[in-house]
Structure formats: structure tokens, C-alpha cells
Design a protein around this ligand. Structure first.
Ligand SMILES: [Zn+2]
Length: 804
């Protein structure tokens, strides 16, 4: 009491009139899995949420901001008494749902449609359960943020974006904490990075002083946000933190601390600036670069699930419109939510304990089986057409497909008992096999290796199983740089100083072992549709079998890989030194692509020594380029060298596997199967088409499916076709401009009697009505990389309901 008396005078002195103002937001970062399994997170949520609703009764000024609709859904299902308390607290104003996503997902790796659905499922849950429109995206802890985010967030109704993870940058510091963030299409979103550099602050004097001095925008802005409360495994604000907040409300020498909701902070911070600096492009995290590759089976499960969800929605919508088949709304919603959960920022990045990843792999197996069942149910309703194949991809294709039935007319029987057929199939529809290729692919022995040639490309696999030549006949160009070999597998020691599963340290490049010896190199298939060379290698305790394939009429060399990986603290890359002078790489992201320099002029360029991409990476010069496609990996690097002959070698290396020792000591050990491919002589258009094709192989199904929508330009890509979530029977189509150029008039034709069309936001809420011609054509304008969602109303709605 004596001490309080002595301090009373000090504590009564007010802050300076110009003192920095900190918006303190109560928070408990709860990782949906990490060093504990998902099931423990449910208990963590119940404990934290109960504590917070209790604490709010003692401290009615508390504002507790809580993200992740998934965590709310767990409470609704398993702890309804806790959920009721949360709703009551929300009515009282002490509880604020925030973030508007299903989980705090990884910010790089989720596919375009999946990232849209994170926002849709999150926002819809909070609107339905709490009656609130989410105004922001709250992602304090994800490992970098895609340049697709500003547009996606705005299309979902968000006005602001928050993260603090960029404070973990190892090399460069972002020049602003409060700015407009501009995405690839030009959309901007008001963004704040809390200068306190923590999402688990406890309102100590040190933290507050750091926030104030660290704030890059002082002088023009007076406000920043502080998320406070124990976090990672939950916890939230404590009594002592709230007492500190009371004393620091207005105290001489300290920033002012005001407890408030994120929306209030963002409105006030926005209002005090008329002009804001702009950060253009991705928010690349200069840290945790191993997360593009760790736990490859989890990543593959995610990629396969995304592809199968696309197929299941497309064929179910097709069957509903064509033959009135019931559309499986509830099963698709449940499957989506399982996939969205596993995109959480410690699961998909591969940074959780073994338990979590084993469970994820099991889940992905179940998800695959259920989606295959839905696809079979839907396609089984369609009219029969023997020998047909389905193309769920956005482009018409003429390519060799591998089918289980080697007896199909025109099939080449493969060495593994399956068949290869040449098929010609329109986009989003079924098609047929074609009897003969324009030119067959041939294979001939050559000095212990083999030469494959299909008239488009000539490919030489030498006695070491390495590609010494990939010749583009029409262009008269060699893809592989002089003195180099393609598909060179390289091992590097990969034991970072910190954060084993997270980090790839730059010095990993200092030591390398080339896998340039093969146990065997054999020709297993020799045309006329498919030629394949099998290469087997052993190293350490690991074995790898690769099939290097060339098919008729194709400019793609595909490498199908089956590996038993037993290395520790090692990264495996495949190197493709290309004879191309590329100033930059183009890499696929959600709904478009980004370009990144291939040089290291600045510290920002040098820090990007490991990159992520979705299905393809492209490097090129005027008139000629090449793409590397993948069906399940994300990490890669690109570097450039000037040769003695004056030419430039641009080397693209895909990161195939890592083997970190923590937090899962057995991470990535065991069997992996995946494919990647070189497309020689590819532009961006071919890279996009190849990426979709490799991830959506033609599906043999003896049925006839006419496309529900078609477009007159390949620049516009259909990302999703489904029935509307409101069960009205409307067909929802999500499209985007994929090549980076405006399209003045793309003509979309409905494959059914079209009554009306509506422009929508991501949540399928209808807005303007574009005109529909008598022939069912909607003419659409796109800016570069613009995403549009259309709701197409058939004149006759399909029947409604659910198959069980
Ligand atoms: Zn986290």
C-alpha cells in the first residue's frame, strides 16, 4: 500500500499529446496442429475459450479477437456449452470473430480455388453463426503471402490484411508497417504489420518501446496494433496483462494503450492517412524456405485432393444439368473442409510432429477414396460412350493417355500391362481416342543409352541415364546447355542452424553430390505412342527408379519417379541447365503467375535463393522458352551463369525431397511417387496448359459429357465449375485471365439453355447482370489476372437433393 501511495503521483501523469497509440487486441494464437495432433487442438480451444469468456466478466474492457472458423465449428459440435459462451461474449462485445478464413492457412501453397474456399467457408460461417461480415484477413503466422491475396481478399469482402511474420526476415526489413499491398492484378488492400514484432505480446514496457521505435511510419502515422496474450498453443490474455493495459492507458513516457477491436484500429489507421506507400507483389518471407518441400506426402495429398475436388464438382454439376442427377452438396462441403483444415500453416508446410503428418496422409487417402466415389457416381449417370475419356482441364487436349485397358482400339500395350492411347478431348468434356498419330515416337539404342524421337523433339538419354540432348526440331534449338546434362539429381547436406523442418540455409549450396551413376538404363517401351527409358540408381540407403518418357506429337519429356528415400538432413534436387538467356522466371501462383529475377543484384534478390511455385516454372527469351512442370512439389531455385562461349545457362532446379530431423525425426523417409516434366519450346500458354494437364490426367470413362461452359480464348481459364452453394441449381463458374494481358471480349458459351447470368463475389453473392445473347453467350472483359465468378441460371433448374 505504501508503494502504491508513492507511485500514485507517477501513474497519474498523462502521456504526451503526440504519444504513439497502440491498439491492444486480446488474442490467443492457437495452432490447429503443431507439436500436438488436431484432436488436442480441440481441447486447447475449449480451455482457452472458456478462460477468455470468464476473464471478460472480470475485465469488461477485454476485446478478444479469435480467428479460424474451424475452431469455432469444433466448439459447436463437441463443446456446445463453450460455443454458447462465445456467442454471448460476442453479443457483449468482448469477443470478436476475426480473419474470415476456415483456418489460418499457409500463405503460399494452397491452390487458387482452395484459397478462395478458405475465405468462403470462413466468412460464411461467421456470417451465419455470428451475423457479422468479416472486414479483414488475419494471418499473423504464415510463412509468406502470395501476390494473389489482395484480389482474393477483396473479392471476399475484406478491406484490410494483417500479418507480422515478415518481421522474421533474415536479411531485409520491409520499409513500411502500414501500406497498400498490391497484387498481381493491381488490386490493393490496406495492410498492417504490427511493429511489436510478435503475435504473443504481453504488454511489457520493453515491447511497447520496441513497437514505437520500430514503427517505420512514425511521423505520418500515430497508430499500430499489438496482439497480446499467450499463444501458439493458446492461452490468451492474463489478468496481469489486462492490469498493465489499464495502467498504460495514458501514462507519461509510454505509448498510449487502448484495447480495441481490429476493425476499429484499421478504420482509425486508414483515416489518418490520405496517401499510403505501396508494396507491389508477393510478401516473400526471407526465412522458412524449407516449408515449400518438407513432408512431401502431405503436400502431394493436398495437391491430389485439390485436383479431385475440381473433378468431383465439375462432373457432379455436369451430371446434375445433363441428366438431373442429385448434386452431393453436403459431402462436397465436408470434403472441402477437411482439405482446408490440412492447409493450416504447420500442416501443409510440413512443420508438425510425425503424428500430425501420419494422420494427414491417412485423411488424404480417405478423401481420395470418397472423391473417386463421387466422381464415379456422377459419371455413372451420364450416357454411355465406349472408349471415351474425360478431360477436367480447362483446355482442349490431344495427347497420349495411359489407360488400364490395353485392348482399346489403337492402343499400344505397355511393358507394365497397361495401354497407351492417343486421345482428342475438348475442355471440361469427354472425347475419343484417335487411331494413328501424325508421327510415331521411335526409340533406338545409342552407345549404351537411347535416342527417342517423335519428330517434334529428339531426346538423348546416355548410358548414365542423363539427358545429354533435348532438341526442338522445328525451332532448331537445343534445350540443354552445352556441356551440361538434364535431369541431374543432386544431393546437398541440409541441416539448417535453426528450425530443421522450416529452414533451408543458403550455405546448403556449398556442398553437392551429383547422382551421375546408374545401376541400369533400359528401354522399356519403344513406341509408336509412348517410348520410355527406365533408369535405376542407388545411393546411401535409398533407391530411385525413374521412367523418362516421350509420347507421340508432344514437346514434353516426362520423368515419372518412384523413390525409397532414406537420407537424413539432405535435400534432393533435379537440375535442368537450359540453354536460354532468362532475365526472370515466371512461376505459377493462385490464379496467375509472378515473375522473379534470376540474378542477385540486390539483397532482396539474393535472399530469394529458394522459391515456390504451383504447377509450373517458366524461363524464356524472345521466341523460345522452356517450362518445368510438377504434379506435387513447390520448392525450386533458378540461377544464371555465363559460359566460356558467351552464352547463358539458366538452371532451374526442382526441390524434390528433404529429410529434416525435427519436429518429426522420421520426416519424409520412405516411398514417394511423383512426376515432373520439361516442356521444350514452351511459352507461358504452354506452361499453363501443361501444368493443368499433368495434374488432371485424362480419365478413362465410357461416358459422354458435353461441356457446361466453353470459351473462345485460351487466355481465360476456368478454375471451377459447380452448382451454387445456395442450392438454387445455378451453375457457378470461376474464371481468370491467366497470361497477364487484358482481354476485351471473351465469349463464354453456356452448354445449356441459359436464362440469366450474374457477376458474383467469391461467396457467390450475385451483383450485376451481364447481358446474355439468345445463343446463351456472355461476353466478358478481363484485366490482367482478373478473377471473375459467374452464376449462370439455367432456364430449367436441375433437380435438387443429395445422394447418400
Ligand atoms: Zn502458428
Amino acid at each position: 500500500a505504501a508503494a502504491r501511495g508513492r507511485l500514485a503521483d507517477v501513474l497519474a501523469r498523462p502521456a504526451h499529446a503526440s504519444a504513439h497509440t497502440l491498439a491492444a487486441v486480446g488474442h490467443a494464437h492457437i495452432d490447429s496442429a503443431w507439436l500436438w495432433p488436431v484432436r488436442e487442438t480441440v481441447r486447447k480451444c475449449a480451455r482457452t475459450f472458456t478462460n477468455m469468456t470468464t476473464l471478460a466478466q472480470e475485465y469488461p474492457e477485454l476485446v478478444f479477437a479469435c480467428s479460424s472458423a474451424q475452431q469455432y465449428a469444433w466448439m459447436r459440435e463437441r463443446h456446445p456449452e463453450v460455443f454458447a459462451r462465445m456467442k454471448k461474449a460476442a453479443e457483449d462485445g468482448t469477443w470478436v470473430p476475426v480473419g474470415g478464413m476456415w483456418v489460418e492457412a499457409d500463405g503460399n501453397l494452397p491452390g487458387g480455388e482452395a484459397m478462395a474456399r478458405q475465405l468462403v467457408h470462413g466468412r460464411r460461417f461467421f456470417a451465419e453463426e455470428f451475423g457479422v461480415e468479416q472486414k479483414g484477413v488475419w494471418l499473423p503466422d504464415s510463412f509468406g503471402y502470395t501476390a494473389a491475396y489482395p484480389q482474393l481478399a477483396r473479392l471476399a469482402g475484406a478491406e484490410w490484411f494483417l500479418t507480422q511474420k515478415l518481421s522474421w526476415n533474415e536479411t531485409n526489413k520491409l520499409p513500411h508497417h502500414t501500406f497498400h499491398w498490391e497484387g498481381i492484378d493491381g488490386t490493393r488492400i490496406f495492410t498492417h504489420l504490427p511493429p511489436v514484432d510478435s503475435y504473443n505480446a504481453s504488454l511489457t514496457a520493453t515491447e511497447l518501446a520496441h513497437a514505437e521505435t520500430n514503427f517505420e511510419d512514425k511521423g505520418v502515422s500515430t497508430r499500430s496494433l499489438v496482439p497480446f496474450g499467450y499463444g501458439d498453443g493458446g492461452g490468451g490474455p492474463s489478468r496481469s496483462m489486462l492490469e498493465k493495459a489499464r495502467r498504460l492507458r495514458d501514462l507519461e513516457g509510454s505509448p498510449k494503450v487502448a484495447i480495441e477491436a481490429p476493425d476499429a484500429f484499421f478504420a482509425a489507421a486508414r483515416a489518418e492517412r490520405t496517401e499510403l506507400p505501396v508494396w507491389r507483389g508477393e510478401l516473400y518471407l526471407e526465412n522458412h524456405r524449407g516449408t515449400y518441400t518438407s513432408q512431401a506426402r502431405t503436400k502431394r495429398g493436398n495437391r491430389r485432393s485439390e485436383a479431385l475436388l475440381r473433378e468431383a464438382e465439375l462432373w457432379a454439376a455436369t451430371a446434375a444439368i445433363r441428366v438431373g442427377a442429385p448434386y452431393p452438396y453436403e459431402r462436397l462441403e465436408a470434403l472441402w473442409q477437411r482439405v482446408l483444415l490440412h492447409q493450416f500453416h504447420d500442416i501443409l508446410p510440413g512443420t508438425s510432429i510425425a503424428w500430425v503428418h501420419q494422420q494427414a496422409e491417412r485423411e488424404y487417402g480417405e478423401i481420395r477414396d470418397e472423391l473417386e466415389t463421387l466422381i464415379a457416381d456422377a459419371t455413372g449417370r451420364l450416357p454411355r460412350a465406349d472408349g471415351a475419356l474425360l478431360n477436367a482441364g480447362p483446355y482442349a487436349r490431344r495427347e497420349v493417355a495411359v489407360v488400364s485397358d490395353a485392348e482399346l482400339p489403337g492402343a499400344q500395350r505397355l511393358s507394365d500391362g497397361r495401354g497407351a492411347v492417343l486421345a482428342e478431348v475438348g475442355a471440361l468434356s469427354s472425347g475419343d481416342t484417335v487411331s494413328t498419330p501424325r508421327q510415331a515416337v521411335t526409340a533406338a539404342a545409342d552407345d549404351g543409352g537411347f535416342v527417342l524421337d517423335n519428330g517434334v523433339l529428339g531426346v538423348v538419354v546416355d548410358r548414365r541415364g542423363l539427358l545429354t540432348s533435348v532438341h526442338d526440331h522445328a525451332a532448331g534449338r537445343e534445350a540443354i546447355a552445352p556441356g551440361s546434362v538434364g535431369n541431374l539429381l543432386q544431393l546437398h547436406p541440409d541441416d539448417p542452424n535453426l528450425w530443421s523442418a522450416w529452414n533451408l540455409d543458403s550455405y546448403y549450396r556449398d556442398t553437392v553430390r551429383d547422382l551421375d551413376e546408374a545401376e541400369s538404363v533400359t528401354l522399356v517401351d519403344d513406341g509408336p505412342l509412348l517410348a520410355s527409358v527406365r533408369v535405376e540408381r542407388a545411393f546411401g540407403a535409398s533407391r530411385i527408379v525413374q521412367h523418362i518418357e516421350l509420347t507421340a506429337e508432344s514437346r514434353q519429356v516426362t520423368v515419372r519417379t518412384d523413390i525409397d528415400w532414406q537420407e537424413r538432413d539432405t535435400v534432393l534436387k533435379t537440375a535442368w541447365p537450359l540453354d536460354v538467356h532468362a532475365e526472370r522466371e515466371s512461376a505459377e501462383i493462385q490464379f496467375g503467375h509472378v515473375q522473379r529475377p534470376t540474378h542477385e543484384n540486390t539483397s532482396w534478390d539474393a535472399a530469394r535463393f529458394e522459391l515456390w511455385a504451383h504447377r509450373w516454372v517458366h524461363v524464356g527469351e524472345r521466341h523460345w522458352g522452356a517450362a518445368l512442370l510438377n504434379d506435387s512439389t513447390y520448392g525450386h531455385d533458378v540461377r544464371r551463369d555465363t559460359r566460356a562461349d558467351g552464352g547463358t545457362t539458366t538452371t532451374v532446379r526442382l526441390s524434390l525431397l528433404r529429410s529434416p530431423h525435427s519436429p518429426d525425426p522420421q520426416a519424409d523417409r520412405g516411398r514417394h511417387r511423383f512426376s515432373y516434366a520439361l516442356v521444350a519450346g514452351a511459352g507461358i500458354e504452354e506452361a499453363i496448359a501443361g501444368g493443368y494437364a499433368l495434374n488432371l490426367p485424362l480419365r478413362p470413362a465410357p461416358v459422354e459429357a458435353a461441356a457446361l461452359v466453353s470459351l473462345d480464348t485460351d487466355d481465360i481459364v476456368v478454375e471451377s465449375v459447380k452448382l451454387a452453394d445456395d442450392r438454387s441449381g445455378d451453375v457457378v463458374v470461376r474464371l481468370y485471365e491467366a497470361c497477364g494481358g487484358a482481354v476485351g471480349a471473351a465469349r463464354l458459351t453456356a452448354g445449356f439453355a441459359l436464362g440469366a447470368a450474374y457477376d458474383c463475389d467469391l461467396l457467390e453473392r450475385p451483383g450485376e447482370r451481364p447481358a446474355v445473347s439468345e445463343e446463351g453467350v456472355v461476353t466478358l472483359k478481363f484485366r490482367p489476372f482478373q478473377i471473375r465468378t459467374l452464376r449462370l441460371r439455367p432456364t430449367m433448374p436441375p433437380s435438387q437433393g443429395e445422394t447418400r
